[in-house]
Write a protein that binds this ligand. Structure first.
Ligand SMILES: NC(=O)C1=CN([C@@H]2O[C@H](COP(=O)(O)OP(=O)(O)OC[C@H]3O[C@@H](n4cnc5c(N)ncnc54)[C@H](OP(=O)(O)O)[C@@H]3O)[C@@H](O)[C@H]2O)C=CC1
Ligand SMILES: C[C@H]1O[C@H](OP(=O)(O)OP(=O)(O)OC[C@H]2O[C@@H](n3cnc4c(=O)[nH]c(N)nc43)[C@H](O)[C@@H]2O)[C@@H](O)[C@@H](O)C1=O
Length: 312
């Protein structure tokens, strides 16, 4: 069955950064039969509730964008939550999708699945070739299990489950928590609050030397719908912008976009995490997808969203 405008599509995690971008894009494209449940309507860690939901609703397509997600501090501080909740959600959703006749499922992992010292840019076949970055190994192990479950169900049952591995994402509906967020939304908030208080300095974590590849979530949403339409294979596919910035360059850019005029101070007691994780996204690009939004434009758009949606 191919995706069409009346296909019944369950977007799990539709209020999060990624899920909300996918829903925006599906609506723009004219998809009219979306199945959406908040966390309080349906707890995806509850196996029997998930099975009952699939049995009653029988979606045609499933996009799994619900997960326990956080930045380096959250991953490092709550390892039990990151491994357990993610294994539960993905196991429940993948098994119920197969059992209740879903035509195609798309699972989202993350670039942290790759070894800490993987070759750069990281090709898909670097998976399981070396030790993981310790600050996020619990989350990474759950995500690797998700890829392997999709592959196992394809091999044993011919179930059309595919996996995308996005790089570090940002955009509207991101998590701007001061400690538990990812670096980009965390810095938007910190620089903005410092500007309002006329503070002399802003503290940024680590040494500033790690390199990260940032992708606007609207570009990822394009990749998700593109892959649902065009890709059915065993191998997971990387999704990145192909551009990388050091955390120092990112901090300078956020400072400029927000308009903070003080100094940046580095807290070297905080972990740097992986030194570099630029992904090789040539497989997906070879199929015809490409990132369109520059980091500066994406940051301006995200700061605007933050100003309009966060209480000052
Ligand atoms: N953000 C990033 O930089 C990256 C994200 N990804 C992947 O993209 C996917 C989405 O991430 P992102 O949008 O950033 O995360 P968010 O935290 O923004 O959104 C996650 C969503 O999942 C929901 N959720 C969490 N637990 C449950 C549960 N038990 N039952 C039902 N719903 C639940 C949340 O609802 P609630 O808030 O109500 O709990 C929320 O809506 C994840 O798989 C993540 O690994 C991959 C690479 C990078
Ligand atoms: C998407 C990805 O996200 C996480 O991995 P990460 O790339 O290390 O993500 P991060 O955004 O938290 O940090 C990037 C870099 O930035 C530095 N940094 C500076 N100042 C702040 C700061 O204020 N907040 C945060 N969070 N980081 C900061 C920080 O020290 C690090 O060097 C994992 O959850 C992983 O599981 C995963 O998949």
């Amino acid at each position: 069955m191919t995706l069409d405008k009346s296909s019944k599509i369950f977007v799990a995690g539709h209020r999060g950064l990624v899920g909300s971008a996918i829903v925006r894009k599906l609506h723009q494209l004219g998809f009219s039969n979306l199945l959406l449940r908040t966390h309080s309507d349906l707890d995806l860690t509850d196996q029997s509730a998930v099975a009952a939901f699939f049995s009653a609703e029988k979606p045609d397509f499933v996009i799994l964008a619900a997960a326990k997600v956080g930045g380096i501090h959250a991953n490092n501080t709550y390892p039990a939550d990151f491994i357990t909740i993610n294994l539960q959600i993905q196991t429940n959703v993948i098994t119920s999708s197969y059992q209740h006749g879903v035509k195609k499922l798309l699972f989202l992992g993350s670039s942290c699945i790759y070894p800490k010292f993987a070759p750069q840019p990281i090709p898909e076949n670097s998976l399981l070739t070396g030790p993981l970055e310790p600050t996020n190994e619990w989350y990474a192990v759950a995500k690797i299990a998700g890829i392997k479950m999709c592959q196992a169900y394809r091999i044993q049952f011919n179930f059309d489950a595919i996996s995308l591995m996005p790089t570090n994402l940002y955009g509207p509906n991101d998590n701007f928590h001061p400690e538990n967020s990812h670096v980009l939304p965390g810095l938007i908030r910190r620089f903005h609050e410092a500007k309002l208080l006329d503070a002399k300095e802003v503290v940024v974590w680590g040494t500033g030397s790690p390199l990260r590849e940032f992708l606007h979530v609207d570009d990822l949403a394009d990749a998700v719908i593109f892959s649902l339409e065009k890709y059915s294979g065993l191998e997971h596919l990387n999704v990145g912008s192909g551009r990388e910035e050091s955390i120092k360059e990112l901090a300078e850019l956020v400072k400029q976009v927000v308009g903070f005029e003080g100094e940046i101070v580095w807290d070297k007691s905080k972990p740097d995490g992986t030194p570099r994780k630029l992904m090789d996204s040539s497989k997906l690009m070879g199929l015809g997808w490409e990132a369109k939004i520059s980091l500066r434009d994406g940051l301006v758009d995200t700061y605007k969203w933050y100003l309009e949606n966060y209480k000052q």
